[in-house]
Design a protein around this ligand. Structure first.
Ligand code: AMP
Ligand code: ZN
Length: 112
């Protein structure tokens, strides 16, 4: 499958890796929108939030268990934002489920 995030997980494309366990992989966004901008992805290819089900939700649980640890490690004591873009209307560009973790500055109030 020609998926850039699957290739990053496999180590075929370099990334600034932050964390990895058996279920999830985290790396820094190549075009950061905030001082901290980490992408957290499931190690199984799930195309978007629309593909989350009872069969694969353990990946999502693992990601959300890891997020507070990343936030603490990055010193995001005054808050942070977690976003996933799903589909065309949300301008999802990479069709492998990913959660943006952003912080380190006051983020814009308007998200859409
Ligand atoms: P989205 O628009 O929600 O699909 O977000 C895709 C994100 O992936 C964007 O913020 C890109 O900057 C980021 N991105 C694309 N390619 C890479 C890459 N090779 N390494 C790190 N981040 C990437
Ligand atoms: Zn993939």
């Amino acid at each position: 499958m020609d998926c850039i995030f699957c290739k990053i997980i496999a180590g075929e494309i370099p990334s600034a890796k932050v964390y990895e366990d058996e279920l999830c992989f985290a790396f820094r966004d190549i075009n950061p929108q905030a001082p901290t901008h980490i992408l957290i992805v499931p190690k199984e290819h799930i195309a978007s939030a629309d593909g989350i089900s009872g069969e694969n939700s353990k990946y999502v649980s693992a990601i959300f268990e890891a997020i507070p640890k990343f936030a603490a490690a990055e010193g995001l004591t005054t808050g942070y934002r977690v976003i996933t873009n799903c589909g065309e209307d949300a301008c999802q560009t990479v069709k492998h489920l990913h959660f943006h973790l952003m912080g380190g500055k006051k983020l814009p109030e308007n998200m859409g």
